[in-house]
Design a protein. Structure first.
Length: 417
């Protein structure tokens, strides 16, 4: 085939230009360290690389969520630890106050100290996170969840919402425990009642206390007859006990038969009015105990408020402390403080479980990221040894083409004459 001079020049220029372009691309890859720079470089690999990068980006977002959740849960854990410590301090103060050597003035000073502890707990319950959001407000994070009322009680203004954050495609973790659950739903150590004591005489050993009073039969429990009363009387030197409603009418047993006074036996269970009651300690004629199980839903008072428990402790310190009734109240207060401390421990343990879940998920993401990045790197990243070899081959070919073309350009028939 005969080639014109123009075609000859054009073919050689195209060849040199192609090799220049090839060398330029190879230099770009060496500079960036990336083998697949466009889909045209390797269509199949480019599609897989895009998928891996999207998955790695998703994992990075989840890792950021884990860091955020960890910060918030660690903040809550710290607050719960402080609440546990404060509760223990209050219990130690109450045990100290029960020492017979302390005067009324001493106990008044202790009451003032306890009042400060209540203020500390209120501040703790109204703590904020690093974003200024209230930790224990549920979904209501922009206003203080706990408010002190004129009578000294503390009410909850938040809700029961639990904020969550996704830490993987199918896993979410709670960022908080709502304040009502943490500070307002401590399991009642007495069962379902608030107990009141009106006992005769001074301190007894052992003191008369309600060990437990729980609703055992909702069908016969009468929410409208609250508070039930436990009345002790004398029958020829024998102390007898009778359970009545708020109006003094005898309660009925499980068979619907009205109770009559029976001999008091410490530790014996009594079932009446849909409630099972256990009393311990020394009882005397004239003693009276009230058992208030009234509630809005008629299911009893199976939980108590931390602030109510501390306010009862404060009220006890403001009293004499030397009557039988006050000693029984102290036993109940100490039981409530134990329940509060245990409750804080349980909530903190649940927070710890969530933190452990974050650690586990973070480790899973780390492992997956390493695996995905290794596969991506194998497809996308450049093999420098191979790339340098290919560039050298291209440069040799380019130099050869340029050299041959240069020599051919200078050739003519006159060179052979």
């Amino acid at each position: 085939m005969r080639l014109s001079t123009f075609q000859f020049y054009q073919n050689n220029l195209n060849n040199i230009s192609s090799k220049n372009g090839q060398a330029s691309q190879q230099l770009d890859k060496l500079s960036s360290g990336v083998r697949v720079q466009t889909a045209a470089d390797d269509p199949a690999a480019a599609n897989s690389i895009l998928g891996y990068k999207q998955e790695l980006s998703s994992i990075a977002r989840y890792q950021n969520n884990i860091d955020l959740a960890e910060n918030r849960l660690q903040r809550e854990e710290s607050l719960l630890t402080s609440a546990e410590t404060l509760t223990q301090q209050v219990k130690e103060l109450m045990l100290q106050a029960n020492n017979g050597t302390y005067t009324t003035q001493d106990k008044s000073a202790m009451a003032a100290e306890l009042s400060s502890r209540i203020d500390e707990l209120l501040d703790l319950a109204n703590s904020r996170d690093e974003f200024g959001q209230y930790v224990f407000g549920g979904f209501q994070t922009d206003k203080a969840p706990f408010v002190r009322q004129p009578d000294g009680s503390v009410s909850y203004q938040g809700d029961g919402g639990q904020r969550e954050l996704a830490i993987s495609n199918n896993v979410k973790v709670g960022l908080n425990h709502d304040g009502l659950m943490v500070f307002g739903q401590v399991p009642n150590p007495k069962g379902d009642v608030t107990v009141g004591y009106a006992l005769e005489g001074g301190v007894r050993e052992p003191g008369l206390v309600v060990e437990r009073a729980a609703i055992s039969n909702m069908a016969t429990f009468d929410n409208g007859a609250q508070p039930y009363q436990v009345v002790f009387s004398d029958n020829d030197g024998v102390v007898e006990v009778l359970l009545t409603d708020k109006d003094g009418n005898a309660l009925t047993d499980k068979d619907g038969i009205a109770l009559t006074p029976q001999s008091y036996q410490p530790g014996q269970s009594i079932e009446a009015g849909g409630m099972t009651l256990t009393l311990t300690g020394e009882a005397r004629a004239g003693d009276k105990i009230t058992l208030d199980a009234s509630s809005a839903d008629g299911t009893g008072q199976d939980t108590l408020s931390v602030f109510d428990a501390l306010n009862r402790a404060k009220s006890w310190l403001e009293g004499d402390g030397n009557t039988a009734g006050e000693q029984s109240e102290l036993a109940d207060i100490l039981a409530e403080l134990d329940a509060v401390g245990s409750h804080f421990t349980r909530v903190r343990a649940d927070t710890g479980i969530r933190l452990q879940r974050l650690d586990n998920q973070r480790a899973t993401h780390d492992d997956m990221s390493l695996t995905l990045d290794k596969v991506r790197s194998g497809m996308e990243d450049l093999d420098y040894a191979q790339a340098i070899g290919e560039l050298n081959q291209t440069m040799v070919a380019l130099e050869a083409s340029q050299s041959v073309f240069g020599k051919l350009q200078g050739m003519s028939l006159f060179n052979y004459i």
